[in-house]
Design a protein around this ligand. Structure first.
Ligand code: CUA
Length: 316
């Protein structure tokens, strides 16, 4: 009895190595409840009808104590519950301990989206691409409130709690796209906090990872840089049009190749090394007059930083 068919279609498609054991336990509990309901309620209704009070009959005194029967109905459920605990704990341990061969991704949850960071350091929002038949471990954190990472097809769900890391792992068994939901009420747009896990072949995954750090087909490095500039919200703080003032950070028009005055004196020559440092460690050199807001760190791969640099070079 290693498979109980899902005859009522209650559960989504199974797409991970964990799914079968979770579903088996679910179906076992479901059918145990159905059988017990029918037997107990059926017997009750039968006895209610058969032994109902008839006119002129007096109630009988309770029968003698039946120790064997009492022991039986105490220990039978105990054995059943012990078995359920054993099977549940087995699945839990399997789901809690990621294999050593897992590839690791960082997942950041914030109101109201999911961001995935690949082993290369590149980040993508909304879609996590993973290879099939390969254990994947997610190291998750929240940037604001409590969220919960839930992929029904993989039967995995784990809270993502501010101030700590939580982990979850899965090994996808089927190619395709699977929904990721946030399963913890986290505010106004909680219900639209989704993402996708796209399961691809190992070769497709290698190609995806290579291409993720290359300009998309038909785009120059600078055009890709312009997209990354917007996608990473750089434009929220940095103006890029000549003479436009009032940005939270310095206007970046014509900056590349110039000398930038720094807080605390001195200047820096704005080259690729300076741009790279300013992205990865924004507090290292602060342009004079821009001390009101601290820029947060951006973890971008070298090729993405080079693309942004190529874009900034065109601003002249
Ligand atoms: Cu995030 Cu609900």
């Amino acid at each position: 009895m290693d498979h109980i068919p899902d005859i009522f279609g209650q559960l989504p498609k199974q797409a991970s190595t964990l799914a079968a054991s979770v579903d088996w336990l679910y179906q076992f509990i479901f059918w145990a409840c159905v059988i017990m309901f029918v037997v107990i309620i059926g017997a009750m209704l039968f006895f209610v009808a058969k032994y109902r009070a008839k006119p002129g009959e007096k109630p009988l005194a309770p029968g003698p104590k039946h120790t064997t029967l009492e022991l039986a109905w105490t220990f039978a459920p105990l054995i059943l519950l012990g078995a359920l605990f054993h099977w549940g704990f087995q699945s839990y341990v399997f789901s809690a301990v990621a294999p050593a061969t897992s590839i690791e991704f960082r997942v950041r949850a914030k109101k109201w989206n999911w961001e995935f960071e690949y082993p290369s350091g590149s980040r993508e929002g909304g879609v996590l691409v993973v290879p099939v038949h390969q254990p994947v471990k997610l190291i998750m954190s929240s940037e604001d409130v409590l969220h919960s990472f839930f992929v029904p097809a993989f039967r995995v769900k784990r809270d993502v709690v501010p101030g700590m890391y939580s982990t979850v792992w899965f090994e996808a068994t089927e190619l395709g796209e699977y929904d990721v939901f946030c399963a913890e009420y986290c505010g106004t747009s909680h219900s639209s906090m989704f993402a996708k896990v796209r399961v691809v072949t190992a070769a497709q995954y290698r190609e995806f990872v290579l291409n993720m750090d290359r300009p998309p087909a038909g785009k120059t490095k600078a055009q890709w840089g312009a997209e990354l500039f917007t996608a990473n919200s750089c434009s929220a703080c940095h103006h890029v049009v000549a003479g436009e003032a009032g940005g939270v950070g310095p206007n970046l028009f014509g900056v590349i190749g110039s000398e930038q005055p720094l807080e605390g004196g001195g200047t820096v020559h704005a080259d690729l090394a300076y741009v790279r440092e300013s992205v990865l460690r924004p507090q290292a050199k602060i342009v004079r007059g821009f001390t009101t807001a601290q820029m947060s760190t951006f973890t971008l791969s070298d090729s993405r930083i080079e693309a942004i640099y190529a874009y900034l070079e065109t601003l002249r």
